[in-house]
Write a protein that binds this ligand. Structure first.
Ligand code: RI2
Length: 314
């Protein structure tokens, strides 16, 4: 199987998961595909790359990071062509694509690290944090505080049905952090002993609402009730340009088998929405690679992204 197909299958089956990771994996697949594509003309090369990008985009509908990662990479098709004939032009496009995808991957990794720097400053020695699911951005913030010598504790929600909380506790424990795995319904109980909440994001809307793993909005409600600051860790490519025009974010619904075997429950329906929406009013700040912004600042991030990516089509 080629890397394009392998990545597409990996993302849709969630073997490759996490909003940032799927964006980087898609950019890498596009880059590897660009290296191999045989095209007679620049137009054929462009068309082939666009089709590949659309195939990758169709794998998961909610995380806008996937779309933005692909758009950042497709900027490579916009370069000035030498005009030396088809083959030189195809080679120029190929190089442009490879460089643009590579730039996005480096930018994304750098953004996660910069975000960790900013976010970790909010964590004081002796603090206890809560998180849900497995967000490399949120885990990055917490581990940075630990590396800086702060003595911290973490409550990590299990995150039914796929239990990505188990990945989080393994990562935090491997880093030497005092971590406790809790079931999702224990979030309110443990919020009383929590100082800060850090979660990831799959999509941030222009209005400052955050789409993240199912259960996140309940954690936010518990935090609000207990007056515990609630922070979202989201690099700028997780902000959605489409929401500027009022588009709603599609919430992915996955197979019932992730919850239980339907054949054991004749006559029972299953609901398995993968994400929920945390309204801006429950969010203290969104941590980006440029620093902390209030959720109301999401509009400006989206506007900047639009200026950068709007002439790239997918
Ligand atoms: P990072 C994940 O989605 C979780 O919702 C997580 O909070 C979010 O992506 C962000 O992850 P899924 O792929 O980019 O598990 O911070 O459905 O790693």
């Amino acid at each position: 199987m080629n890397i394009l197909e392998d990545t597409a299958q990996g993302i849709s089956s969630m073997r490759i998961r996490g909003a940032g990771r799927i964006a980087r994996a898609a950019a890498e697949a596009l880059m590897e595909h660009a290296k191999l594509v045989e095209a007679e003309s620049p137009e054929e090369f462009r068309q082939t790359m666009l089709e590949a990008a659309r195939h990758l985009l169709a794998t998961r509908p909610t995380a806008v990071s996937l779309k933005n990662g692909l758009l950042h990479s497709l900027k490579g098709l916009k370069i000035q062509l030498p005009g030396d004939g088809a083959s030189a032009d195809v080679e120029a496009l190929r190089t442009g694509m490879i460089e643009a995808a590579d730039r996005f991957i480096a930018f994304s990794n750098g953004a996660v690290a910069a975000l960790a720097e900013h976010g970790s400053k909010r964590i004081k020695d002796g603090f206890t944090m809560m998180t849900i699911c497995n967000s490399s951005a949120a885990v990055g913030v917490i581990t940075k505080a630990h590396r800086d010598g702060k003595k911290i504790k973490v409550y990590a929600c299990e995150t039914r049905p796929k239990r990505q909380g188990l990945i989080t506790v393994r990562e935090l424990a491997a880093a030497g952090i005092d971590v406790t795995l809790i079931v999702d319904s224990a979030a309110r109980t443990y919020m009383k002993q929590t100082d800060l909440v850090f979660v990831g994001a799959d999509t941030v809307t222009a209005q400052g609402n955050v789409v993240n793993k199912i259960g996140t909005s309940q954690v936010a409600l518990c935090a609000q009730e207990a007056r515990v600051p609630f922070f979202v860790c989201a690099e700028s490519y997780k902000f959605s340009m489409d929401t500027l025009e009022g588009d709603l974010v599609e919430i992915e619904e996955r197979e019932p088998e992730e919850i239980a075997d339907p054949s054991d429950f004749p006559g029972v329906k299953f609901g398995n929405p993968v994400f929920d929406i945390t309204p801006a009013k429950y969010i203290n700040a969104i941590i980006t690679e440029s620093g902390l912004i209030p959720p109301q600042g999401a509009y400006d991030v989206v506007k900047t992204l639009k200026e950068e990516l709007d002439d790239t089509q997918l």
